[in-house]
Ligand binder design. Structure first.
Ligand SMILES: *Cc1c(COP(=O)(O)O)cnc(C)c1O
Length: 381
């Protein structure tokens, strides 16, 4: 199999569908599969457990993330939830303080009830991670770059700490996609994705993935998929397979657009501060460059005033004011209200998730058109 990730977005090692040589993998829209005989199976019995279309997608993601196995879930949150079923009451988790809001809600409103406890720390500083570790710490959960502040955590340092203390290292790789970053190669045990973002890439499908570093972990995650039942449907699996084919092209174009727009945003009177990992003076620029192949296409920025933030959200015409990110269409989000309302206000304030913060997912449109749309929204004409 090719070592090149752009090829791996499209091809898996074995030739599929020997009989028909269909180039697009078929959608096996079936709930169940006939048995050949007593105790005999084709390998497929029931779609919640295993389905050929979903399996094809899982193999593609495994190839990209360099793990041993991937489970495809019906959403990113279903994928993260499955990971936290691996722990037992009493276990303690150290996690990035700047996390996707839905994950914070899962921890605070579900996992705590199940007996887990959490410490949110500034994981950009490895010393703070080590200081938070207790006897019962079982997991280190990292997002890098983080949502929405674009903080970068050193994954090799996390691996060193996880090894020393016997922690499971879980990395949410949604923001860079497997095309730009592979946490398992840097020592992560599990990689989670919201496939709804860059992987599917067209703002049309919700999905999630967990890729495992070892067969033992893979078996435990597969048990969760089968038992909790949040598997991705055959049709949605097919949509993600189709979207994934152009991941490399999309990432390259989106990143190029984002670089240009981040530099331009910095010069605008309406903008107070820009957070983009690709800018040389971003505090995480060097660490990101050491562990990823690019900076991605997520930009956050503060407008000078709260009124300007509102004006931009309501005044953009080409860029859509909507949740989500990573797709072909540029989207702008108001994290304080849309994605992070469940993060305690004092934490939000400390992180900088305020009424002037906007999160901008740069799409594949012509960069001149995106820039012109922002410019007209800033002037409020
Ligand atoms: C969107 C997102 C999730 C949740 O994924 P869904 O597919 O929306 O359930 C988790 N982590 C990050 C970083 C995300 O952006």
């Amino acid at each position: 199999m090719s070592d090149h990730l752009d090829t791996r977005c499209i091809h898996v090692p074995h030739a599929f569908h020997e009989e028909t040589k269909a180039v697009s993998f078929p959608i096996y829209q079936t709930a169940t599969f006939g048995h050949i005989g007593l105790g005999q199976s084709t390998g497929f019995d029931y779609t919640r457990e295993k389905n050929p279309t979903r399996e094809h997608l899982e193999e593609l993601i495994t190839g990209l993330e360099q793990g041993v196995d991937t489970c495809a879930f019906s959403s990113g949150m279903a994928a993260v939830s499955a990971c936290f079923e691996l722990f037992s009451p009493g276990d303690h988790v150290v996690c990035s303080e700047d996390l996707y809001g839905g994950v914070v809600r899962l921890f605070d409103q579900v996992s705590k009830k199940n007996g887990l406890s959490f410490d949110y720390v500034d994981t950009t500083n490895p010393a703070l991670i080590e200081a938070a570790i207790r006897d019962n710490t079982a997991c280190l959960y990292i997002e890098t770059p983080s949502n929405p502040m674009m903080n970068v955590t050193d994954l090799a340092e996390c691996h060193r700490i996880a090894e020393e203390h016997g922690l499971l290292l879980i990395v949410d790789n949604t923001f860079l996609s497997p095309y730009l970053q592979n946490p398992i190669a840097l020592g992560a045990d599990l990689v989670v994705h919201s496939g709804s973002k860059f992987i599917a890439g067209h703002n049309d499908t919700i999905s999630g993935f967990v890729t495992s570093r070892t067969p033992e972990l893979a078996e435990r995650i597969r048990l969760m998929l089968k038992t909790m039942g949040g598997a991705l449907s055959p049709f949605d699996s097919w949509l993600v397979v189709r979207g994934l084919k152009t991941l490399a092209l999309r990432m390259e174009r989106q990143e190029r657009n984002a670089h240009e727009l981040a530099r331009w945003l910095r010069e605008q009177d309406a903008v107070a501060k820009v957070f983009y990992v690709g800018l040389d003076d971003h505090p995480g620029h060097a660490v990101n460059a050491s562990q990823a192949r690019g900076a991605g296409s997520m930009i956050s920025f503060h407008t000078r005033t709260p009124e300007l933030a509102k004006q931009v959200l309501e005044g953009l015409k080409l860029v859509t004011f909507a949740e989500s990110l990573g797709g072909t269409e540029s989207l702008i989000t108001y994290p304080m209200v849309q994605t992070h309302p469940d993060v305690p206000v004092e934490v939000r304030e400390r992180l900088g998730i305020t009424e002037t913060l906007l999160r901008f997912s740069v799409g594949i449109e012509n960069v001149e058109d995106i820039r012109a749309d922002l410019a007209q929204a800033f002037t409020g004409a």
